[in-house]
Design a binder for this molecule. Structure first.
Ligand code: CA
Length: 230
């Protein structure tokens, strides 16, 4: 039975159909929830929809390589551990992978027990450091662990929903987030999509963050959504 009683979700991005079939079985058997994608674009979408606890990325993927994907996750502020899979074993490849933001590296072919051991170790490590990464956009900082938000050194009190909304905007800094994306992530569909709850909360956040300041952080992108800008 499972020795990993947890709610950890593992994303597997792999274009080899055999591995894409077998890895989820192995991981599910070890107690993890598993999401899969067969190319880099789809892998990114899976993460934007629902960030996993850990991602296993093949290096050679259609549309976006595992390296590009890892770099994109880090650029968007995601901190979950990344385990790279590759057939290539040169030191250069390993260095590129680690440079791109991978936390560990496993050369194919590998033993499934070895894969599980790495996954477990990475998740343990990330639990210890979870939330210790303070997010920053200009003079705004948000600490997911302490839930402390500051702008220009001034502490800003936020309600839980305001905090969740701001955290989501900051994780996607410099990228547009649409109202449906916000509804899904912050309200988990627990709202009527026709209401203007998102706009209302954006207004609340602006009042607390941007009012009386010269450089607003939250921008409306007409007809598309919102963006917090570096
Ligand atoms: Ca491949």
């Amino acid at each position: 039975m499972s020795d990993a009683p947890n709610n950890d979700t593992v994303l597997v991005v792999e274009d080899d159909p055999d591995l894409l079939a077998v890895l989820p079985r192995i991981l599910t058997g070890a107690g993890y929830s598993v999401r899969t994608a067969a190319d880099g674009e789809d892998g990114l979408l899976r993460v934007l929809e629902d960030a996993p606890s850990l991602a296993i990325l093949d290096v050679g993927l259609p549309k976006r390589s595992g390296y590009e994907l890892a770099r994109e996750f880090r650029a968007r502020g995601y901190q979950f551990p990344v385990l790279m899979l590759t057939a290539r074993t040169t030191v250069d490849d390993k260095v590129s992978g680690l440079d791109a933001g991978a936390d560990d590296y496993l050369a194919k072919p590998f033993e499934y027990a070895e894969l599980l051991a790495r996954v477990k170790a990475l998740l343990r490590r990330s639990t210890i450091t979870a939330g210790s990464q303070t997010m920053r956009v200009r003079d705004l900082s948000l600490d997911p662990a302490t839930r402390r938000v500051e702008r220009a050194g001034e502490v800003i009190e936020l309600s839980p929903k305001e905090f969740a909304l701001l955290e989501y905007l900051m994780r996607n800094a410099d990228h547009i987030v649409t109202r449906p994306m916000i509804t899904e992530h912050v309200w988990k569909h627990d709202t009527d999509p026709l209401t203007n709850v998102v706009d209302v909360y954006i207004t609340y956040l602006r009042k607390k963050l941007d009012e009386d300041r010269k450089n607003p952080l939250i921008h409306t992108v007409r007809g598309r959504g919102y963006m917090i800008k570096e």
